[in-house]
Design a protein around this ligand. Structure first.
Ligand code: AMP
Length: 257
């Protein structure tokens, strides 16, 4: 497994690999890897000759400096996991590698990035799209793997790929859940024991309530603070808070009805 920082090193390597006909899958992450991330890597390994995993905690998508500085960065554990999965390349760019423009240029989506998650986190998706565009451009992969867990992110990335005629195919991967249904997330570790016991109700209610309104009401009755529950484009999407922790999830609507 080769670990590198500089895009210039990768560009040479990628050219040589492409000339010898090897296909590439990119898995963009912010590290603190768990089973959700590993499922994307396994899918990429099954569908490509080579897999490149990027680890970059992207400053542009954080609204608050403290969230950025507190984001977990267990690099050595992550690298051990990636090695065990048979990852070929791990790219850990430095900030200046990805933002030589000092954040002067950015991708802005004007309609669907300002609702749901975007309403609670202004500018978040511009930050996400900007870094994903840079990662896709440099990686030059045939496929890039994204989780359905972050449904709005996935659909905005797909929209950007279409809008800018990018050549990487975006592959959507199903949400990995704990046995009790809670979507796997690094935030789950921050739940207090009592909150962790209640948390699976989020998925259960999203999946079973007859309407988004009843889902929101039921979630409030269980003591969650509801940021939103909305049915859109065949999905039911929700965000709730338990204590300090904000959780998001979504289910296909046919499962919810
Ligand atoms: P992150 O490191 O949070 O930026 O996530 C990197 C990728 O992993 C994104 O495409 C996420 O949607 C995906 N991901 C995170 N959690 C899960 C999960 N529980 N199941 C499937 N994919 C996930």
């Amino acid at each position: 497994m080769k670990v590198f920082e500089a895009p210039s090193w990768w560009l040479g390597e990628r050219r040589a690999r492409a000339l010898s006909g090897q296909t590439l899958g990119l898995v963009p992450t912010m590290g603190a890897l768990h089973e959700g991330h590993l499922s994307l890597i396994r899918r990429s390994r099954a569908e490509n000759d080579l897999t490149l995993v990027s680890i970059f905690v992207n400053p542009a998508q954080f609204e608050y400096r403290t969230d950025l500085t507190h984001y977990p960065r267990p690099l050595e554990t992550d690298l051990a996991r990636l090695r065990a999965e048979g990852t070929d390349f791990v790219w850990v760019p430095r900030e200046e590698d990805l933002y030589p423009d000092s954040y002067r240029y950015r991708v802005t989506e004007t309609e669907r990035s300002t609702v749901l998650e975007g309403a609670s986190r202004p500018g978040h998706f511009d930050g996400v799209l900007t870094v994903v565009l840079k990662l896709l451009q440099i990686a030059s992969a045939e496929h890039a793997y994204f989780g359905e867990k972050d449904w709005q992110q996935l659909s905005l990335v797909r929209g950007m790929v279409d809008a800018f005629f990018l050549t990487t195919t975006i592959v959507a991967c199903p949400t990995i859940r704990e046995k009790d249904g809670l979507a796997v997330s690094s935030r789950n570790r921050r739940l207090l024991p009592e909150e962790r016991t209640r948390a699976p109700r989020f998925y259960q209610v999203l999946s079973t309530a007859p309407t988004a309104e009843t889902a929101a009401r039921d979630l409030q009755a269980f003591g969650f603070v509801v940021d939103y529950v909305e049915d859109r484009d065949g999905r039911r999407l929700g965000a709730i808070r338990l204590g300090d922790v904000r959780l998001i999830d979504n289910v296909p609507l046919e499962a919810a009805l």
